[in-house]
Write a protein that binds this ligand. Structure first.
Ligand code: ATP
Length: 240
């Protein structure tokens, strides 16, 4: 028995001549909140895309195991059925559907109608702003509101692994606080999370463990608290 939810081994990704990911190992265990931090262009989003099978085949080398099985060749659609959910950079809400419809779409693999309604109410109480606007088209929401909706929609599928790509990007400080409060609470409820973030401080404060990525390689990894106290991490990523 292993409690490994995600295990990436020797991952390499090249776009033509550009080596975006140069051979990384990364693991996320059951119930953990793990963060992957690093500067622009370090290869974080590419790593998430490799996990979700959204890169053209032939560009990816190495192995990615999810719940003990290789994800090689899997399609994004199948991943939802495997309970792997992703909130991409830029949110990816269904812009021409209402908030309520977006949440229903998040639950499309479930059949427990009462549970789905109860979850929608739960997310409306976490994000009252979504409740007030439940009939509004998602495309007309503010960036922060779309981030709330994208997270709630992903969680409607009851994921065994939640991938978050830069959830704080472009949000006001208050909204960033709110989103991180929700991430911490969702983690406390037991959801396993891989969080890609440029806001290294908030990410490490919330996470159990962290990986630092630089130019396609993992350069430092360890307990999040240790990384927060690491002078190299402080100098390069925490502005201290
Ligand atoms: P950011 O925080 O800015 O989103 P990142 O760490 O997520 O950065 P990636 O988006 O993974 O970085 O990009 C890693 C490298 O791969 C960059 O040099 C980028 O220019 C390059 N890259 C990404 N996508 C492509 C693509 N489709 N074609 C060519 N190069 C790409």
């Amino acid at each position: 028995m292993t409690d490994s939810v995600l295990k990436i081994s020797g991952l390499k990704v090249a776009y033509g001549g550009i080596k975006a990911v140069k051979g990384i190992d990364l693991e996320v265990n059951q119930g953990e909140l793990v963060t992957l931090i690093g500067a622009n262009g370090a290869g974080k989003t590419t790593t998430l895309k490799a996990i979700t099978g959204t890169l053209p085949s032939g560009k990816v080398e190495g192995d990615i195991a999810y719940l003990g099985k290789s994800l090689t060749g899997i399609t994004p659609f199948k991943l939802i059925h495997q309970r792997l959910a992703m909130v991409p950079e830029g949110r990816g809400v269904f812009t021409r559907m209402s908030i309520h419809e977006n949440l229903m779409m998040g639950a499309f693999i479930r059949e427990d109608k009462a549970g789905i309604e109860a979850d929608i109410e739960k997310w409306f109480s976490v994000f009252p702003r979504l409740k007030e606007r439940s009939a509004q088209l998602a495309g007309t929401l503010s960036g922060g509101e779309q981030q709330m909706l994208a997270m709630a929609r992903a969680l409607m599928s009851h994921p065994k692994l939640l991938l978050l790509d830069e959830p704080s990007m472009g949000l006001s400080p208050i909204m960033v606080e709110k989103i991180f409060e929700v991430i911490r609470n969702v983690s406390k409820e037991g959801v396993t999370i891989l969080l890609v973030e440029q806001n290294a401080k908030l990410a490490l404060q919330a996470a159990h463990r962290g990986y630092v990525m630089d130019s396609g390689l993992i350069t430092i990894s360890g307990e999040a608290k240790a990384l927060l106290n690491d002078p190299k991490v402080q100098a390069a990523y925490l502005g201290e």
